[in-house]
Design a protein around this ligand. Structure first.
Ligand SMILES: NC(=O)c1ccc[n+]([C@@H]2O[C@H](COP(=O)([O-])OP(=O)(O)OC[C@H]3O[C@@H](n4cnc5c(N)ncnc54)[C@H](O)[C@@H]3O)[C@@H](O)[C@H]2O)c1
Length: 340
């Protein structure tokens, strides 16, 4: 493979993946299409931006004309990360989610239909299946039943991608991951929010009873899974789940972060739950593990320690993100909850 096109490569997962991939495949040409939303940062890529193999286009994927003008002529492997990604923001305003995650997806699929592509990998989420019952795990053939606008827009994108695969016989695969954690995640998401608030002596707003369960996957294990799928000549299945096998209750994650940051118990603040908050997500990823001999390598205690240390050591990175958009979102999202 000679040319990799990544969308959303200035965000959390896209930037971690580009760095991971470049370190292992120095000669592969990299094109990154990203419109730099509030969640992105050019500093996420470090030195990679000055590599001769790297090219970047500041383009909004909902703009089909602009997308066409920067799409490479040579056959590319596409990894499509770009999306609006924060469930809480989708509850405040779902429109950007529908635009980017569905219309933007359609533009990417059209480009893949009209240009030579080696493969298109769509990065998706466990949330498209809706809540998993207390026991059991969802397989890839589980019907989609999303319960919030973010998840619904991702499910819509997945269905479009499967339709293009079927109708136009395109080499498209969907990778549905559990929650990923690690460095450079925008600080409004659960783990970085709690770490940064704990370090800054602020309250940790825990939704509802805190018994919601999520499976947390270390970002480098996630990147390695994507790398294996990218490099596979002919994946057997259209859709793959990946999971960490590391189910944690939100309140236990909070307690662990509080211990690692020496945070005072008074900082933990139970607040009104997120509407439609799914209680549990759990995936069966037997297909992926078997076909790609992939296993997550980073145990949760190591990962959560490393990510806490990263946010502690990168206060300037955090400060840069906690500007206007973050502050107005935070006020809207939490102040009434704190006042209750
Ligand atoms: N983070 C997780 O735990 C997780 C888990 C499963 C799946 N995913 C999926 O992985 C992908 C990446 O997630 P993330 O956590 O890195 O998100 P993120 O919000 O950190 O990054 C998203 C990136 O997409 C870019 N982007 C957004 N809208 C765009 C548009 N219209 N045009 C061009 N670029 C645009 C942003 O600028 C940003 O760089 C998403 O598709 C998300 O649904 C994330």
């Amino acid at each position: 493979m000679k040319h990799l096109l990544v969308t959303g490569g200035l965000g959390f997962l896209g930037s971690n993946f580009l760095r991971w991939y470049h370190r292992r495949h120095r000669r592969v040409k990299l094109t990154n299409i990203d419109c730099l939303t509030y969640a992105a940062g050019i500093d996420n890529l470090g030195n990679l931006r000055s590599s001769p193999e790297y090219e970047e286009h500041r383009v909004d994927i909902t703009n089909g004309r602009r997308l066409r003008s920067v799409w490479p002529d040579d056959p590319v492997t596409v990894v499509h990360f770009a999306a609006e990604t924060h469930v809480d923001r989708s509850l405040q305003d779902a429109q950007p989610f529908v635009r980017t995650n569905i219309l933007g997806m359609q533009n990417i699929l059209e480009m893949a239909r009209r240009n030579p592509v080696r493969r298109v990998i769509i990065i998706s989420t466990d949330e498209v299946y809706g809540a998993t019952p207390a026991r059991g795990k969802f397989r890839e053939d589980q019907p989609l039943a999303p319960t919030n606008p973010y998840a619904a827009s991702k499910a819509g994108g997945d269905l479009l991608a499967l339709a293009y695969r079927q109708t136009y016989n395109l080499p498209i695969n969907i990778l549905r991951s559990v929650n990923v954690y690690g460095p450079r995640q925008y600080p409004e998401k659960f783990i970085p929010l709690f770490i940064t608030n704990a370090l800054n002596g602020r309250e940790l707003p825990l939704y509802g009873d805190g018994n919601q369960q999520r499976d947390w996957l270390w970002v480098e294990d996630f990147c390695e899974a994507v790398r294996r799928l990218v490099n596979a000549p002919q994946p057997e299945h259209p859709i793959y789940n990946i999971s960490a096998g590391n189910q944690q209750r939100n309140r236990d994650v909070a307690k662990t972060i509080m211990r690692l940051t020496d945070c005072s118990p008074g900082q933990l603040r139970p607040v009104a739950d997120r509407p439609g908050h799914d209680r549990r997500y759990a995936l069966n990823d037997r297909h992926f593990r078997k076909e790609f001999s992939w296993r997550p390598k980073t145990p949760w205690p190591d990962g959560i320690r490393k990510v806490t240390a990263w946010y502690r050591a990168n206060a300037a990175w955090v400060k840069k993100r906690q500007r206007q958009s973050y502050r107005s979102y935070y006020r809207k999202q939490y102040h009434w909850r704190f006042d209750e």
